[in-house]
Design a protein. Structure first.
Length: 220
């Protein structure tokens, strides 16, 4: 009598992780339909689309809320630069809160097109100016503002260069805001004093003031 053998079961192979580029694309795709909302001012609760773009990471609502608590809710009369505009969440928030003029600098044509659409929708062209170009180069051209937002792509690692360029772009007594994946509590850029800093998730955010003399640092 022949021995009957049960068919061998094949153990499924473990799924190999997708290549790094594919994984990045999947992460971007998951955020394709996201939006953020303006938190205060004349356009409060207005949704801002978050376009599909590698490295685009809009400032979270919690962080923006803390930032504008630091700055004060009313920015009437301020001149503002959003140097790495992306979705425009920071600059448009400032415009909504009364800023006299807001300049959004963005070099990605698709993102710039999206910003133009939002500005048209808000009928904000008399306050918000769009600039196509490299933020670092543009800041070094000598224009000055009351407030400069710096939220560069985290993988670009241009934080020190951005702080140096922003220092020359902000008026004495004005403010520079920086988001980064690591803390910048020790900054070598002469003329910038760290006034506030905090952390939300993996984001470290900082508020500097343009002053001649160093001062104290406080943590939110």
């Amino acid at each position: 009598m022949r021995e009957t053998r049960s068919p061998r079961r094949r153990t499924p192979a473990a799924s190999a992780p997708p290549p790094a580029g594919v994984a990045a694309a999947q992460r971007v795709a998951r955020h394709a339909d996201q939006e953020v909302r303006i938190l205060g001012g004349q356009w409060k609760r207005t949704p801002l689309p978050v376009p599909v773009a590698a490295g685009l990471r809009p400032t979270p609502s919690r962080v923006r809320e803390t930032l504008f608590n630091w700055l004060g809710q009313d920015l009437t009369g301020w001149t503002v630069l959003d140097a790495f505009a992306g979705s425009g969440a920071l600059g448009l928030e400032a415009a909504s809160r009364g800023a006299q003029s807001v300049t959004l600098v963005e070099r990605d044509p698709a993102l710039l097109k999206g910003l133009r659409s939002v500005v048209d929708k808000l009928k904000a062209a008399d306050v918000v100016r769009l600039v196509s170009g490299d933020a670092l180069s543009w800041m070094r051209e000598g224009r000055q503002f009351d407030l400069v937002f710096l939220d560069p792509p985290f993988d670009a690692d241009v934080f020190d260069q951005a702080l140096g360029a922003a220092c020359s772009s902000v008026l004495n007594g004005g403010w520079v805001y920086l988001e980064a994946p690591r803390p910048f509590d020790q900054v070598s850029t002469e003329g910038l004093k760290l006034v506030r800093h905090s952390k939300a998730g993996a984001v470290y955010f900082h508020l500097f003031q343009r002053v001649d003399e160093p001062g104290t640092v406080s943590t939110a």
